[in-house]
Structures are given as C-alpha cells and as structure tokens.
Design a protein around this ligand. Structure first.
Ligand code: FES
Length: 59
C-alpha cells in the first residue's frame, strides 16, 4: 500500500524506517532517502509510528 504518493513510499518502507529508529515523520523520510513534499501522508506515517513498539529503550 502506498503511504506517500509524492515519494512512492509504501507501508513496508515506512515500517522499516520506523523499525530502524525513526520516531518522527521527517526521520522516516530521511531514512527512506527522501523528504516531505506535500505533507498529506504525515498523519498516516504518524499512525504507523504509534503502532510500532518503541525501537529503543532509554539509556
Ligand atoms: S504524499 Fe507524502 S509528501 Fe506528499
């Protein structure tokens, strides 16, 4: 499923970026080698970030 049509990011790419430690949409974009364009996908990316368990603990 395409999450970000501007950058052709699918949910798998977004989840991989989150699993790699991205905790904000802009970190997801940079983790995927792109940048936010229109911003329409930000809310969807945020919901994917919130679905995932925290990638790293404190400390
Ligand atoms: S859909 Fe992601 S920046 Fe436009």
């Amino acid at each position: 499923m395409i999450i970000c049509s501007c950058n052709a990011l699918n949910d798998k790419a977004v989840r991989q970026a989150v699993a790699a430690g991205a905790s904000r949409p802009r970190e997801v974009y940079s983790g995927c080698g792109c940048e936010a364009q229109c911003g329409n996908c930000t809310a969807t990316i945020l919901s994917i970030i919130r679905e995932q368990p925290a990638a790293s603990g404190r400390g």
